[in-house]
Design a binder for this molecule. Structure first.
Ligand SMILES: NC(=O)c1ccc[n+]([C@@H]2O[C@H](COP(=O)([O-])OP(=O)(O)OC[C@H]3O[C@@H](n4cnc5c(N)ncnc54)[C@H](O)[C@@H]3O)[C@@H](O)[C@H]2O)c1
Ligand SMILES: [Zn+2]
Length: 376
């Protein structure tokens, strides 16, 4: 159970969540064979395909043709690209379009795109008719290794990111690794930060493999499929252990507490910092902080930084273009992101490469003096 199996070049990761169990298929050409993969597992007749204007011209026709060939009628909804699309306005529009397409509970909402499209469509699928089937066809690396797996869906509110949504697991995830060829180098690298994260959480051998094979992962082919399959398996394991994020799922936030603070400090301006870049800097900071409190060796932090630097990710706050607010303001963002109890914070710390753990008693005073050192 729960193992990666390989049949030809397509890898399968099973997510054993009882009645909500599903498969993640990873490999080349899966968009062109999507209709067959969906049709052989599920029995719906109609689909609403939700996508964005960058992805539609590249992959929508191929997906539609494969659905047609499998006898699945589809309507497409093409939305503007970008985080702003995760809004109430677009949610209403998507729900209406899904209903107009007469998608019934056994039919499908199909998300063709990055995490923005996946989160929004998954939410719509979770609430239209109190829940219709949902298929993810993630096209960004971040979506293939992270957001398409696990069932968290949602939109942003004026009070903050991802504050409105539901848990709604997909029925199938089809990660076509060739689709990543049209992703910008910067977006690919940003997604790669999450791949490296799985190694740093609890897979030291995987991290070492990435150190030797990252170029092949960037190039495509079997190393890319392998890296994505290991990442999906890692995420699936955490999700199965803690579907609704009551405990261990927090490990997935390695590097994210610092990363989110940096994203907030740059006003979520993607020209300055995208999420994965914040995570990259955040993971180095988490390892350095762990060394500072004598949990891990400083050599581990240096090793993490060397690898992320090698792939071209930023690793230092000073690499973010523009001026960052002072350490106290970054600390406020951290305190808002994480609940502070009696001056103590919950953080993901590490005892070394692949030995991360949830620490729930980190003194805020220690974090602030560390930040002042790093960002004088
Ligand atoms: N649900 C979860 O568990 C979860 C986890 C992590 C992140 N997220 C969410 O995911 C979102 C970020 O996802 P993302 O990084 O994929 O962002 P995104 O969906 O905005 O995609 C990034 C950019 O790449 C473009 N793009 C996507 N695939 C492409 C392709 N194959 N070729 C060319 N361009 C392509 C998109 O149009 C967009 O401009 C955030 O909203 C975040 O909150 C959700
Ligand atoms: Zn992330």
């Amino acid at each position: 159970m729960n193992a990666i199996t390989s049949a030809s070049a397509i890898r399968k990761v099973h997510v054993p969540l009882g009645q909500r169990a599903y498969d993640i298929l990873i490999g080349q050409g899966l968009i062109a064979s999507a209709g067959g993969e969906i049709g052989s597992r599920l029995n719906g007749r109609k689909a609403a395909v939700i996508t964005d204007e960058n992805v539609a011209p590249r992959y929508l026709d191929a997906l539609k043709a494969s659905l047609d060939a499998a006898g699945i009628a589809s309507a497409a909804v093409v939305l503007p690209a970008g985080e702003k699309t995760k809004s109430f306005e677009h949610l209403i529009n998507v729900c209406d379009k899904v209903l107009e397409a007469r998608v019934e509970r056994n039919d499908y909402v199909i998300a063709l795109g990055g995490g923005v499209i996946g989160d929004l469509s998954g939410f719509a699928a979770g609430i239209v008719r109190r829940g219709v089937r949902f298929v993810q066809v993630p096209t960004s690396l971040l979506a293939q290794v992270d957001s398409s797996v696990g069932g968290k869906t949602g939109i942003n509110s004026r009070h903050g990111k991802n504050l409105v949504g539901v848990f709604h697991q997909p029925d199938l995830v089809l990660a076509d690794t060739d689709a990543l060829n049209s992703l910008s180098e910067r977006e690919f690298r940003a997604g790669y930060a999450e791949v490296a994260k799985y190694g740093l959480i609890d897979k030291p051998d995987f991290f070492a493999w990435l150190e030797s094979n990252w170029q092949a992962v960037f190039a495509g082919g079997s190393a890319r499929i392998e890296a994505i399959a290991v990442s999906c398996q890692a995420k699936a394991d955490v999700v199965v252990a803690d579907e609704r994020e009551n405990g261990q799922r927090a490990l997935l936030n390695l590097g994210h507490t610092f990363g989110h603070a940096l994203e907030a400090a740059t006003g979520y301006d993607s020209s300055r910092l995208v999420h994965g870049e914040g995570v990259s800097i955040g993971m180095v900071l988490a390892h350095e902080f762990s060394a500072r409190v004598n949990l891990a060796s400083p050599d581990d932090a240096r090793r993490v930084e060397a690898h992320l630097k090698a792939v071209g990710l930023p690793t230092r706050m000073s690499e973010i273009p523009g001026t960052l607010p002072p350490a106290e303001v970054l600390m406020d963002a951290i305190a808002q992101d994480k609940k502070v109890k009696g001056g103590r914070l919950t953080f993901i710390l590490t005892r070394g490469i692949g030995q991360s753990f949830v620490a729930d008693d980190v003194p805020a005073s220690e974090v602030i003096s560390f930040l002042k050192e790093k960002h004088p």
